[in-house]
Ligand binder design. Structure first.
Ligand code: SF4
Length: 177
């Protein structure tokens, strides 16, 4: 049987570019196709079960509420944990699980953080567009993607389902020593 890693490679390096080619012509479907790739990728990542303690959690800058002027990109722990946005909760989740947590302002910085931290697996939150391209670019690194929620539109005061983040961390690190 073809390994889950190779199946992920086929999804991310063959199907994903094909879907994005289709999406270039059928723009309304593009995000749905990206979401499909993320879900399929996640299923395969879970089947691979990296079970690692070298797990990186990567967050988009837009989770920080826009009225907060604290700079988080170099150090998320600058957050004063006032509770006005989910950054506080996400720091607590990372602390409980003793994980590295970073905020990235875009795909390039996210890729740089991945290359500097050199994790064995990643839990990443972002929009479907950034998430799917980042997951494909960093293959074969297993990345579990969680699309953010955008009640105010793209890139502004976005949110994430914290339960999904905790579940993903548990799935990728459970049993790791
Ligand atoms: S929890 Fe408060 S201090 Fe931290 S990033 Fe959000 S608004 Fe800023």
């Amino acid at each position: 049987m073809i390994s889950y890693k190779w199946q992920r490679g086929f999804l991310l390096k063959v199907l994903y570019p094909l879907f994005m080619f289709i999406g270039a012509f059928v723009k309304k479907k593009k995000e749905a196709l990206q979401g499909l790739v993320i879900r399929l990728n996640n299923k395969l990542v879970v089947k691979e079960r990296p079970r690692t303690r070298r797990l990186l959690v990567l967050l988009p800058h837009c989770l920080q509420v826009d009225e907060c002027k604290i700079r988080l990109t170099h150090n998320i722990y600058n957050c004063e944990r006032c509770g006005k946005c989910e950054i506080k909760d996400l720091i607590n989740i990372a602390d409980r699980n003793k994980l590295e947590l970073f905020v990235a302002t875009g795909g390039n910085l996210a890729r740089r953080i991945v290359s500097e931290v050199n994790p064995e697996a990643v839990v990443a939150v972002a929009c479907e567009n950034d998430l799917s391209s980042g997951i494909a670019d960093t293959y074969p690194l297993p990345v579990f993607g969680i699309p953010n929620e955008r009640p105010f539109g793209p890139c502004l005061n976005t949110r994430v389902d914290l339960k999904k983040v905790e579940e993903a961390i548990e799935l990728l690190s459970n049993g790791a020593s």
